[in-house]
Design a protein around this ligand. Structure first.
Ligand code: KIV
Ligand code: NA
Length: 271
């Protein structure tokens, strides 16, 4: 099983083969998703919500994502591992952004970084790419800007929104990104952007016309307990599996049926 490389994204776009991506924040899920043949493991700043229990992605730090990214890299032998640059780690401009991206490359072993913003982030993307670090873009709804955008609002609507999304997509491509996430945009405009771009689009809440799809893994496997966005499909009920197992363990300890003799050590010299 050959390692997924940046060049495979252009090949996938050319051949029409869909790119598969999930978030991952730890070595166990990284191993499982890698074995399942998921192409991209994103150490998303959604770890702020999923791992740390925060309401937004804004507070998570570079150090926190770096710790998680190291674990995901250890679990992935085929998948391309990408880490999010968190809010505050690239907004001051290309030099700050490059410093942050270099930290990720030196300290974690990820193959690429992802950052939010189209036209507004083009110079930052260009600087990182020029240093030999692959960048994945992220446009449409960008969670780090949720206060500026006025909440979880669908982007790319109407003629103004459509034109802005197209400008953002082209800016990200021109700046040298190898792929771009389209989040929460109407399916029709996402398909149009995908057709216009040479680089693959990876959709989340962006319809089937994208070149690939990404989901937050706890949403995709049904582990979350909060409200789930309408664009999510739960491919399992992992929450029920975990809850049933923890309850069965609790019951077995309480009633003394765990551990059994076979789950205990004996000392033949003492029996
Ligand atoms: O942080 C994240 O999980 C993401 C994806 C949902 C695209 O950025
Ligand atoms: Na993110």
């Amino acid at each position: 099983r050959k390692r997924v490389r940046i060049r495979h994204f252009a090949q996938a776009k050319a051949s029409g083969e869909k790119i598969t991506a999930l978030t991952s924040y730890d070595v166990q899920t990284a191993r499982i998703f890698d074995e399942a043949g998921i192409d991209v493991l994103l150490v998303g700043d959604s770890a702020a919500n999923v791992v740390l229990g925060l309401d937004t992605t804004l507070p998570i730090t570079v150090d926190e994502i770096i710790t998680l990214a190291k674990a995901v890299v250890r679990g992935a032998s085929r998948a391309l591992v990408v880490a999010d640059l968190p809010f505050g780690s690239y907004e001051r401009g290309p030099e700050q952004a490059l410093d942050t991206a270099v930290r990720f490359m030196k300290e974690t072993g990820v193959a690429a970084v992802k950052l939010e913003g189209g036209e507004r982030s083009a110079d930052v993307i260009r600087r990182i790419v020029d240093a030999g670090i692959p960048v994945m873009g992220h446009i449409g709804f960008t969670p780090q800007a949720e206060h500026g955008l006025g909440g979880h609002v669908i982007q790319g609507k109407g003629e103004t929104g459509r034109a802005q999304l197209l400008r953002d997509a082209l800016a990200v491509q021109e700046a040298g990104a190898f792929a771009v996430v389209l989040e929460m945009v109407p399916a029709k405009i996402a398909a149009e952007v995908s057709a216009q771009l040479e680089i693959p689009t990876i959709g989340i809440g962006a319809g089937a016309g994208c070149d690939g799809q990404i989901l937050v893994w706890t949403d995709a496997l049904g582990l979350g307990s909060g409200r789930v966005p309408s664009f999510v499909r739960a491919f399992a009920d992992a929450r029920a599996v975990f809850l049933d197992a923890a309850t069965a363990y609790r019951d077995a300890v309480k009633d003394g049926t765990f551990p059994a003799a076979s789950e205990s050590f004996s000392d033949p010299t003492a029996d």
